[in-house]
Design a protein around this ligand. Sequence first.
Ligand SMILES: Nc1ncnc2c1ncn2[C@@H]1O[C@H](COP(=O)(O)OP(=O)(O)OP(=O)(O)O)[C@@H](O)[C@H]1O
Ligand SMILES: [Mg+2]
Length: 216
Amino acid sequence: MAAIKVADLHKSYRTGAGRVPVFEGLSFSVETGHSLALTGPSGSGKSTLLNILCGMETTDRGVITLFGRVAAQRSPGDWAELRRRRIGVVFQDSNLMPALTLEENVRLRADLAGQSFGPVRDWLERLGLKGLERRYPDQVSGGQRQRASLAMVFAMAPDLILADEPTGSLDRNTAHDVADELFLWQRRRGCTLVLATHDLSLADRCDQHLDLAGGN
Ligand SMILES: Nc1ncnc2c1ncn2[C@@H]1O[C@H](COP(=O)(O)OP(=O)(O)OP(=O)(O)O)[C@@H](O)[C@H]1O
Ligand SMILES: [Mg+2]
């Protein structure tokens, strides 16, 4: 079964200078448990598409089906519940709570998703954050915050992960290790993954590849 089905999606932003079209008839689907890489130059719509898929951005036309249900029929409360339990989001600006340590952030996320805590310290260690568990988000680097966000997503055990440049602010070796953890976790759980990236070697590791460059 397809976890995500997008048919004839149209999306434009209205700005003071007029309408900015982003998608003009985009269609694709992702099978449950598969991974999809979104690529394309800056401004091609990768983040917009991820935002649409988690209900944070509106669309102009087209039908999106998520987990077998038409997205437009979902209420804001449904979307909030999906983001709490079923859709894990790793976005460029991390969504850590500033008043909690990295470890507390991960535990809170598991709690909100109704999951038992799991090996939180182990995930943090495998993501290269050993020794930083008790630091607050503003006491670590941007790349370390991003990895803590990934640990939060692992903790919530979602059915779908939406990741916007999850390795974007990491050096080559760390990026490779983090990608290993992400794919290992995703395959083991059978969860669906949509990943926006400029890194073609990362895109190559996904089951499917959608290039937004051509204007869709
Ligand atoms: N809130 C907004 N209002 C108006 N235009 C917007 C808005 N958000 C995005 N856009 C425009 O929509 C297009 C797609 O933007 P988006 O952020 O989805 O691109 P992207 O592929 O994620 O780029 P990057 O690789 O730089 O992250 C761009 O032309 C951008 O300027
Ligand atoms: Mg983007």
